[in-house]
Design a protein around this ligand. Structure first.
Ligand SMILES: [Zn+2]
Length: 277
């Protein structure tokens, strides 16, 4: 770990980002940080995306990474890639997964460090992390390895998450995913109204829809409870550092993405500019 820490500390990219982070440090201990204005050309962000299962975290993280020109690094993908490779950790990982054990923090950090290091050697800087850190311990290790300047916590009310999961359908013939739920929830306690259209299947799929066996109300609730229990301390960890930005998703991606960009101080022009790059 010490060697790895040195490696990251000595990297010039980390130092240049560290300098530009001084404005973020000033927002410490505010419950809702206002993110520093980001110029994707001058500075690359080091962000973490948190969010419970079903919130669409991967989709938002991936859209933002394209917009900002930083890699979207999902630790689940790193584990899968290593398993499918002949890399030094693939054998060890295979044993762990075959025995049904959890992949340790050390292995995840190791994979993540390798990924950041190889990206940096290819001229990458900045990242959006998805699926990491999951525990306070991981967050502390990450703190030692690199700087995180903002943690975006994507949220939806539990009722919406449950209805979204219960509305999921898969076409048994072509395997495409649909959603038959119409979400229409009035916002309470200052939260926005939430409206999401269903994603209905074309006629040739409509008669072949099936539901995943684990998309029942009790299993979905259990999944959310497990997530909340584990994520709460991680959210608190970043909230104490003034880095947690809470964002309640107000609808489908077309309506929500511009609002998320606004909350992140990124405007439409930057989006268009980067889309043409
Ligand atoms: Zn189909």
């Amino acid at each position: 770990m010490a060697a790895m820490t040195r490696l990251f500390r000595s990297s010039s990219a980390v130092f240049s980002i560290r300098r530009s982070l001084s404005s973020a440090a000033a927002t410490e201990f505010k419950p809702q940080p206002s993110p520093p204005r980001v110029d994707p050309k001058a500075r690359n962000v080091q962000w973490v995306f948190l969010g419970c299962p079903g919130v669409g975290k991967g989709t938002y993280a991936s859209r933002l990474s394209v917009l900002l020109g930083v890699p979207h690094i999902a630790t689940g993908d790193l584990v899968r890639e290593e398993l499918n490779s002949s890399g030094p950790m693939s054998k060890q990982l295979e044993e762990i997964v075959n025995q049904g054990k959890l992949v340790s923090d050390e292995i995840i950090i190791n994979l993540l460090s390798k990924r950041l290091e190889s990206g940096e050697s290819k001229g990458e800087s900045g990242f959006i992390l998805d699926g990491f850190p999951r525990t306070v311990r991981q967050a502390e290790i990450l703190n030692d390895v690199t700087d995180i300047d903002l943690v975006v916590n994507l949220k939806l009310p539990e009722r919406v998450l449950i209805d979204k999961c219960l509305g999921r359908r898969i076409c048994s013939q072509c395997g495409k995913n649909f959603n038959v739920a119409t979400i229409d929830v009035k916002g309470e306690n200052g939260n926005p109204d939430i409206y999401m259209d269903p994603l209905l299947p074309p006629p040739h799929c409509a008669s072949k829809l099936i539901t995943r066996s684990d998309d029942t109300e009790s299993i979905v609730k259990q999944r959310l409870a497990v997530y909340t229990e584990k994520s709460q301390p991680v959210e608190d960890f970043y909230r104490r550092q003034g880095k947690l930005l809470e964002f309640v998703i107000p609808g489908g991606i077309p309506e929500s993405l511009p609002k998320l960009l606004e909350a992140l101080n990124l405007d439409e022009n930057e989006e268009k500019e980067s889309a043409t790059v």
